[in-house]
Design a protein around this ligand. Structure first.
Ligand SMILES: NC(=O)C1=CN([C@@H]2O[C@H](COP(=O)(O)OP(=O)(O)OC[C@H]3O[C@@H](n4cnc5c(N)ncnc54)[C@H](O)[C@@H]3O)[C@@H](O)[C@H]2O)C=CC1
Length: 512
C-alpha cells in the first residue's frame, strides 16, 4: 500500500541553449541579478548550479540503425522483470530517474537528419484521441513536444528500454543510483516525461511539480552533473524512435524544455539542501501485527520530521536498497516525534512484505520528505466526510486527530470500509476516537461478508446518509474505491474541488 499525490509542471521560459555563465542551462524564469529585489539576492538563497553541457549520444549512423545498444545491467526489457524472476518490484531511485524530459543542446550537426527523413512538423499530427493534441493556445514548443510524445507514447516500452540502455552503457557510473530491477522505474520516468511535456505551457503547475521532483530526487543521490547525461540519452532515444516527427525544430524544442526542466529541479534541490536533509533515518520502535498481513509500525526519526496530517512519505528498507515505496502517516504530528504507518503485505510486494514479516524494533529504515495535499483546510467551517478503505484508514485517522488537535470541532463523518469484519483491523481505535469526540461519527462498512454494521461498498453507504453539501470530502484506499467514491460524492452534490485524495495513478502503480 502506498500513497501519492498530484502535481504540476515546469515552466519553460522558451529560452535555453548556451547562455554565458549558465553553460547550456538557462535559468528558468530567473530574472537577471540586477533586476531582482534585494531580498532575493540574499546569500540565503541557494545559487543555481550550472552543469556541464550535454553531448549527443552515438553517431548519426547509430541513430539510423534499428538495433538497440547492448543493454546495461538492469536495463533489459519488461519480459525480464522481477515479478517473474523474484526480484523486488521496484520504484527507481529517482521516482522518475534523474530527470524527466529530455533535451540536448550541443553537437547539433550530429543530431541533424536530412529534411527528407523527417516531414515538417505540421505533417504529423496526433490522432483525435491522443492526450497530446495541443490546444489552440499552445506555444510552438508545446506543439513540437506533444507531437514527439504522441509518436513515441505507443512504443514507450521500447523508448524507455533504449533510453536506459544508453544511459547505463554511456554512463555506467550512474547505474548504482538505480534499483537492481528497473521495470517500475522505467514507467515512472516515462510518465514524468509525459507530465512535463503536457504541462510545458503551464509554468506554475510545472514548476511546482518539478520542484517537488527535484527535492524528492535528493534521497537518490542525484547530482546536478547527472542531468546532462540523462538529457543526452533522452534525446538519443527520441531521435531513434520519433522517426516521423523528429527534426531540428523538434530537437531544439526538447533541448529548451529539458534545460528549463533540469534547472528547476536542480534549483529546488539546492534550495531544499539549506533547510532539510536528503533523507531521514528512522528506527523501528514498535511493530504490532494486527492481522496475518497487516502491521502497524512506529518509527523514531533521527531528527525532527515536519509533516501535515493526511500526507505521505517514501520509505526504503535495509533489505531492498534503492527501492522506495509510499506510505501515509497514520497519525497527526505527535509531541514525541514518532511516526506510524499501516502496512499490508501485498503479493510480490517486497517492501511491504519485509515491513510486515521481517522488520523488528531496532531496524533502521530511511524516509524521504513528506508529500501530498490531502490535508485539512483549518480555515474552513465545512464538515469532513472521510472514506477510508482497508489500510486507507491510516491517513483518515491522522486527519481526525488533526481536527481534534486544532480544537475547532467540525463534524467529521468517517466511513471505514473493509472486505470483512476481520479486516477492520483499526476499528477499535476509530471507535475509541468517536467515543472521545462527540463531533466524530465512525461507520464500518463491510463489502464481502456478513457483518453487524453496514453492508456493501463505501460509495453506496455514503449515499444512504447526508446531506453532504456542507462537507469537504477525503478519500483514501484502493484506486477503484477512490474512482467510484469520487463519482458518488459528485453525484450527491459535493463539487470536485472539495474532494481530496492522493493521485490514483500513483496508487495504481503502488498496487502493482
Ligand atoms: N492515501 C491513500 O489513498 C492510501 C491508499 N492506500 C491504498 O489502499 C489500498 C488498501 O488495500 P486493502 O486494504 O487490500 O483494501 P481492500 O481491497 O481490502 O478494500 C478496502 C475497501 O475498499 C473497497 N473497495 C475496493 N475496491 C473498490 C471499488 N472498486 N469500488 C468501491 N469500493 C471498493 C472494499 O469493498 C473495501 O471496503 C491499497 O491499494 C493501498 O495502496 C493505503 C493507504 C493510504
Amino acid at each position: 500500500m502506498d500513497a501519492p499525490t498530484t502535481t504540476s509542471s515546469a515552466g519553460s521560459d522558451g529560452s535555453g541553449g548556451n547562455s554565458g555563465d549558465w553553460g547550456w542551462f538557462t535559468p528558468s524564469r530567473k530574472p537577471p541579478e540586477d533586476q531582482r529585489a534585494p531580498d532575493q539576492q540574499s546569500d540565503e538563497r541557494a545559487p543555481s548550479r550550472p552543469v556541464n553541457p550535454i553531448r549527443p549520444v552515438g553517431t548519426e549512423a547509430d541513430r539510423r540503425t534499428p538495433a538497440a545498444p547492448a543493454p546495461g545491467p538492469g536495463a533489459g526489457d519488461r519480459r525480464g522483470d522481477n515479478r517473474r524472476t523474484g526480484g523486488p518490484a521496484n520504484t527507481g531511485p529517482a521516482n522518475t530517474g534523474p530527470a524527466p524530459t529530455g533535451r540536448a543542446a550541443t553537437g547539433r550537426e550530429e543530431h541533424q537528419r536530412p529534411d527528407e527523413a523527417a516531414p515538417a512538423p505540421q505533417d504529423v499530427r496526433p490522432g483525435p484521441d491522443s492526450p497530446f493534441v495541443a490546444p489552440e493556445t499552445a506555444s510552438p514548443d508545446a506543439i513540437l513536444l506533444r507531437r514527439t510524445m504522441a509518436e513515441v507514447e505507443p512504443i514507450s516500452d521500447k523508448v524507455t528500454s533504449y533510453f536506459y540502455a544508453l544511459l547505463f552503457v554511456q554512463h555506467p557510473e550512474l547505474r548504482p543510483l538505480f534499483p537492481a530491477a528497473m521495470d517500475a522505474q522505467r514507467d515512472r520516468l516515462f510518465k514524468a516525461i509525459l507530465t512535463a511535456a503536457r504541462l510545458i505551457d503551464d509554468p506554475d503547475i510545472l514548476t511546482d511539480f518539478l520542484s517537488r521532483l527535484g527535492r524528492g530526487h535528493r534521497k537518490y543521490g542525484t547530482q546536478p552533473e547527472h542531468y546532462p547525461a540523462v538529457g543526452e540519452c533522452l534525446i538519443g532515444a527520441l531521435t531513434r524512435y520519433a522517426v516521423t516527427t523528429w527534426n531540428d525544430e523538434a530537437e531544439a524544442a526538447w533541448v529548451r524544455a529539458y534545460t528549463a526542466i533540469s534547472q528547476i529541479m536542480i534549483d529546488a534541490s539546492a534550495e531544499d539542501e539549506l533547510i532539510a536533509p536528503a533523507w531521514w533515518q528512522a528506527e523501528v520502535v514498535e511493530h504490532e501485527s494486527r492481522t496475518h498481513d497487516i502491521a502497524v509500525i512506529t518509527v523514531r526519526p533521527d531528527q525532527p520530521y515536519p509533516f501535515l496530517a493526511g500526507q505521505y512519505t517514501s520509505l526504503e528498507t535495509p533489505w531492498w536498497p534503492r527501492v522506495w515505496r509510499h506510505y501515509s502517516f497514520a497519525s497527526a504530528p505527535r509531541t514525541d516525534g514518532l511516526l506510524s504507518f499501516h502496512v499490508k503485505a501485498v503479493p510480490a510486494g517486497w517492501v511491504s512484505s519485509a515491513l510486515v514479516h521481517r522488520a523488528r524494533p531496532g531496524d533502521v529504515i530511511r524516509l524521504g520528505p513528506p508529500a501530498g495535499s490531502m490535508t485539512v483546510d483549518h480555515a474552513s467551517d465545512n464538515g469532513l466526510l472521510c472514506l477510508g478503505g482497508g489500510t486507507g484508514i491510516a491517513p483518515i485517522k491522522a486527519l481526525v486527530e488533526d481536527v481534534a488537535d486544532h480544537g475547532r470541532h467540525r463534524p467529521v463523518e468517517v466511513f471505514y470500509g473493509a472486505r470483512n469484519d476481520h479486516d477492520l483491523y483499526d476499528i477499535d481505535t476509530m471507535l475509541r476516537l468517536a467515543q472521545r469526540h462527540p463531533w466524530l461519527a465512525v461507520r464500518p462498512v463491510v463489502s464481502d461478508g456478513p457483518t453487524n454494521g453496514l453492508s456493501g461498498r463505501l460509495p453506496d453507504a455514503v449515499r444512504q446518509y447526508g446531506p453532504w453539501n456542507a462537507f469537504d470530502a477525503y478519500l483514501s484506499g484502493p484506486p477503484g474505491m477512490i474512482r467510484s467514491g469520487v463519482d458518488a460524492l459528485v453525484g450527491v452534490g459535493i463539487p470536485s474541488h472539495r474532494i481530496r485524495h492522493d493521485s490514483i495513478e500513483e496508487l495504481a502503480a503502488a498496487a502493482e
